[in-house]
Design a protein around this ligand. Structure first.
Ligand code: PMP
Length: 368
């Protein structure tokens, strides 16, 4: 095989590593924040019908504007997000990763700058680089929260074209106050993307940034069906914003980017929203169970509004990660010294994780 360096690759991509959450054949895969609960039988039956109907017209291109799906997504957001959202405000693509890529293609790109408060979702800088934008790490406090004043000052100084706020944040789990988001919006002149991939898991009373949309045309709220909806394999992400933002994204999206099968399956899933989201409370209970069990093992965690927990401290997180893997439990080493991240799933998964961690902690936790 030709070494990568011998290809005429763009210089800014040289030496980079691709997104690489390991996909290993383990008994307990707790590393990519999926929802492990099986899809309801009634949905599986409806999917067969919906996909068979869509298959009949696969000789034709799909609805380029995904109008029916966007109408269903707007209805879901209006029902649950605390704000009324029109279909013209919604855009959908193959996972929120693609939505974010389109946002960066439209509002970032060569000669422009994106900023995100790291540690945060690793794909934000990767997609920024892939679409040509420079990247600036935003500051967080040592406890991983965002200091609103420092964040506003930094955004004023950098003037990013695209600013990311992940709420609840990945990998730390913490939701960001709406006041902070509103202040960042005022501080920036570019677009502000609030990545709400995990918002359905937030603790009760945590409002969505959707409520901030009226009167803020540069505010974009991205969501996904990969997490709470338990449909990671579907690849359906979406965004709510001013209709002008949707017009802007249409300038960069590939024609017919969302297959007829994806649109049909997503609509079938949305018709079962209540059943799909019924697992959210159960997942939150497992998250809280993990958090509660850690102190007895001499470990700690970061408060989580998501379906995962960042836990530590370890003397060597890579070694602790391997020790858990040796016990058939795959968690995520997010590259934060001392910490690991685990996805909360079924009670059986929590049992296995806590048992393995109980064995691993005495050897690997950071000494007093
Ligand atoms: N945003 C965040 C914060 C995420 O953690 C993820 C997935 N890990 C995504 C976006 C992308 O999810 P998807 O492309 O499956 O919608």
């Amino acid at each position: 095989m030709t070494p990568l360096e011998e290809l005429p690759l763009r210089p800014e991509l040289r030496g980079r590593t691709p997104y690489g959450a390991p996909q290993l054949a383990v008994r307990y895969a707790l590393n990519t924040n999926e929802n492990p609960h099986p899809l309801p039988e009634a949905l599986l039956a409806d999917l067969q019908v919906a996909l068979a109907e869509a298959a009949r017209v696969l000789n034709r291109y799909p609805d380029r504007d995904a109008t029916a799906l966007r109408t269903d997504l707007a209805a879901y957001l209006s029902r649950t997000g605390g704000a009324s959202v029109e279909p013209a405000q919604v855009w959908a693509a193959n996972g929120s990763n693609e939505v974010l890529q389109q946002v960066l293609q439209a509002f970032g790109g060569a000669g422009r700058t994106a900023l995100g408060f790291t540690p945060s979702y690793s794909m934000h800088p990767i997609i920024s680089a892939g679409t040509g934008a420079g990247w600036v790490d935003g500051h967080r406090r040592d406890d991983f929260t965002i200091d609103p004043q420092a964040a506003v000052a930094q955004v004023r100084a950098v003037q990013p074209d695209v600013t990311f706020v992940t709420s609840p944040n990945n990998p730390t789990g913490t939701a960001v106050e709406l006041e902070t988001i509103a202040a960042l919006y005022e501080a920036c002149t570019g677009v502000l993307v609030v990545d709400e991939a995990y918002t359905e898991f937030a603790r009760t009373g945590t409002p969505s940034a959707l409520t901030l949309l009226p009167g803020r045309p540069r505010l974009l709220v991205s969501r996904t069906m990969s997490k709470a909806f338990g449909m990671a394999g579907l690849r359906l992400g979406y965004l709510a914003a001013d209709p002008a933002v949707v017009d802007a994204l249409q300038l960069v999206r590939l024609p017919y980017h969302l297959s007829a099968l994806t649109q049909a399956a997503a609509r079938a899933a949305l018709a079962h929203t209540e059943q799909l989201l019924a697992t959210v409370e159960a997942v939150k209970a497992q998250r809280d169970r993990i958090v509660a069990a850690l102190p007895a093992m001499g470990l700690t965690s970061v408060p989580s509004d998501a379906n995962f927990v960042l836990f530590g401290h370890f003397a060597d997180s890579a070694a602790a990660w391997q020790a858990l893997l040796d016990r058939d439990v795959l968690v995520r080493d997010v590259g934060l010294p001392g910490w690991l991240r685990v996805t909360a799933g079924t009670p059986e998964e929590t049992d296995a994780f806590l048992t393995a961690l109980g064995e691993v902690a005495p050897t690997h936790r950071l000494g007093d």
